[in-house]
Ligand binder design. Structure first.
Ligand SMILES: [Ca+2]
Length: 246
């Protein structure tokens, strides 16, 4: 399944300023009106490794859960050793089973994050299920940290990368990300990202649910950094119905 994964950072995207998406449409927000608002999943490291469906983190890469006695308790640390490619958590696990995502509704995730260096590259994927022949979009939503900037893309069918927002996320300090995806198989989906309490992405008219569905991934992927290890720490990771939940 992974063999056909395309390189996530095309050369043309590295080091270029993104053209921000046109002014966000006023017609469609990530819906904030579910039948009931609630936290669906608490993925904090204090709850143990059963929080995720799978770890995609082959040796020498590893996941660890340090507690730095700073009030956060245990945190996730995804370590991609210099010159390696991937250390990610894939999907969420709830009550012992992998969570079943579905279209036609919004999901919100919130987490605190910190990196040890400027460019760990991909830190989040809304990854499509199935192989290359089975999906139209490999990853409809991608978040990267490049040069101390969080960059968000909507990747439309045809591997069309559309930059939809960015914000400063310098290494060696904690930052809060809130991501909302209204998962729709047509083009009525939407994506919203808040960084440290400021909305940096508000993109409507997106296809956010691929043919076989999607799952979230967090960690480090495809940095291309050969000189030093890349670490992404994550704390207080939650999934809910609304931004207020996470
Ligand atoms: Ca914690």
């Amino acid at each position: 399944m992974q063999r056909r994964m395309l390189r996530l950072v095309p050369d043309r995207l590295r080091g270029h300023a993104l053209s921000l998406a046109a002014a966000a449409s006023a017609m469609l927000l990530v819906t904030a009106t579910p039948s009931h608002a609630s936290v669906i999943w608490n993925g904090d490291a204090s709850n143990g490794s059963g929080a995720f469906g799978t770890f995609l983190c082959d040796s020498p890469n590893y996941v660890y859960t340090p507690d730095w006695a700073d009030g956060r308790g245990p945190i996730w640390g995804f370590v991609n050793k210099a010159g390696n490619t991937r250390c990610e958590a894939h999907n969420v696990r709830l009550n012992g089973s992998e969570y079943t995502f579905g279209p036609g509704r919004a999901y919100w995730w919130g987490w605190e994050t910190m990196t040890n260096e400027a460019s760990p590259a991909t830190v989040f994927q809304w990854k499509s299920n199935g192989t290359g022949e089975q999906h139209q979009q490999n990853y409809p939503v991608i978040m990267m940290i490049l040069d101390n900037v969080l960059r968000v893309w909507y990747v439309a069918p045809g591997e069309q990368w559309i930059g939809i927002g960015s914000g400063a996320l310098p290494a060696d300090s904690w930052h809060r990300i809130q991501l909302g995806i209204n998962a729709q198989s047509g083009t009525t989906g939407s994506i919203e990202v808040w960084l440290d309490g400021t909305r940096i992405v508000h993109h409507a008219g997106a296809r956010t649910w691929d043919d076989l569905g999607n799952k979230p991934r967090w960690g480090v992927y495809d940095s291309g950094v050969a000189q030093i290890d890349q670490v992404v720490w994550i704390n207080d990771l939650k999934m809910g119905d609304t931004r207020g939940d996470v």
